[in-house]
Design a protein around this ligand. Structure first.
Ligand SMILES: NC(=O)c1ccc[n+]([C@@H]2O[C@H](COP(=O)([O-])OP(=O)(O)OC[C@H]3O[C@@H](n4cnc5c(N)ncnc54)[C@H](O)[C@@H]3O)[C@@H](O)[C@H]2O)c1
Length: 346
């Protein structure tokens, strides 16, 4: 197999900004078709990148025998159906994060992937941030000892998305927790070695997005149709005794935006934003701040990982099962918020 021939479904922000440019720049990838429900969006992208086939119905794209893999960049409500249809049509699938709107949909996708024998990967790009890669090297090298607690944040002061369906619960599944919390949670679980979650509790609030006159750093949104939370807090227990707390917001009265994680271990501690490591050495507490990290294009690395898994017939770097575990935790926090008590995660 020389070139992997890819079709892209969904030609909005992330497809145009990251996926399509990084697919076409791979020497062994050919983007042969794109699809969006809006034909005019596709025509512009097809012209720019010299992509020969354009569709408004993804089933027509999937009917192309010459396509080996699809990259799904649609909103969350349109992840499951095209992914399952693509797997059933014998295509490998890369799907944007989160895996779906909830774990029930995610489970169906993972089952379809297993049945098809095709590669199935979820685009959790933040694993390829230079800081994430540095921490992974330290942790795998034994710098942390037993890791027992993580504190993570994906918080914005006034970063309510003003495009797409990010404020529509039915189409998105939730607000900041599922949209940006999913990034920091996935990165942290990857660093922790994917412990099994057993219970979650949480609370969600809508205090800004549904009010008129609130400042929007990213432009105006429709406050009359804002059905997601704008802040969520959660606490998660894992089978191995580890616990994790998470905060995620689109809007909150806080000092600054943060996408950060902190992990405590018996031999060391680590954090991002800023990247630091803490240890006790020879009876002295020390802080280590790594410098001169190699630059990395996380989107290019993510696409490369997917393509390599097809070419080498290896497990994709982000598996459906890992993404499903993340989704089960997010579901658990939302459910706990509704019920007002801790819930079990199966
Ligand atoms: N990894 C990241 O850093 C990152 C950043 C932004 C968005 N995302 C994810 O990417 C996905 C899309 O986000 P976006 O910001 O690009 O949204 P967007 O609204 O800008 O683009 C989505 C596109 O999908 C199209 N679409 C919808 N349903 C379709 C269907 N059935 N068939 C074909 N096309 C369809 C829409 O017309 C639109 O052009 C979301 O799941 C989001 O979570 C990831």
């Amino acid at each position: 197999m020389d070139k992997i021939r890819v079709g892209v479904i969904g030609c909005g922000g992330i497809a145009k900004r990251s996926h399509i440019p990084n697919l076409v720049s791979q020497p062994d990838v050919e983007v042969v078709a794109i699809c969006d429900v809006y034909n005019e969006v596709c025509e512009v992208v097809a012209e720019e990148h010299k992509i020969p086939h354009v569709f408004t119905d993804y089933n027509n794209l999937l009917a192309m025998d010459e396509i080996d893999a699809v990259d799904i960049c649609t909103p969350n409500f349109a992840h499951k159906d095209p992914a399952i249809a693509a797997l059933q049509a014998g295509k490998h699938v890369l799907v944007e994060k989160p895996i779906a709107r909830n774990a029930t949909e995610g489970q169906e996708m993972v089952d379809a992937a297993r049945k098809s024998g095709k590669k199935f990967m979820v685009a959790q790009c933040c694993r390829w941030l230079p800081d994430s890669l540095a921490l992974k090297r330290f942790i795998d090298g034994g710098a942390m000892g037993e890791m027992y607690y993580a504190r993570i944040q994906a918080i914005r002061r006034r970063g309510i998305p003003s495009w797409g369906v990010f404020t529509d619960k039915e189409k998105q599944g939730g607000g900041p927790l599922i949209d940006i919390g999913v990034h920091i949670l996935d990165t942290t679980l990857w660093l922790l070695g994917h412990p099994k979650p057993v219970a979650a509790s949480g609370a969600t609030y809508t205090k800004f997005g549904n009010r008129p006159g609130i400042f929007g750093a990213w432009g105006p949104w429709d406050h009359t149709n804002f059905t997601v939370e704008d802040f969520a807090a959660g606490f998660v227990r894992f089978e191995n005794g580890l616990t994790l707390s998470i905060e995620s917001s689109f809007a909150a009265n806080i000092e600054k935006d943060r996408m950060s994680l902190a992990i405590m271990g018996t031999e060391g501690g680590c954090q991002t934003d800023p990247l630091k490591l803490f240890r006790e050495e020879h009876g002295t507490l020390i802080d280590i701040s790594p410098t001169s990290l190699p630059a990395s294009n996380m989107y290019a690395a993510e696409i490369r990982g997917f393509i390599d898994s097809i070419k080498n017939d290896t497990e994709p770097p982000v598996t459906g099962e890992q993404a499903l575990l993340v989704m089960k935790i997010l579901d658990g926090i939302y459910k706990s918020s509704e019920l007002g008590r801790e819930v079990k995660i199966d």
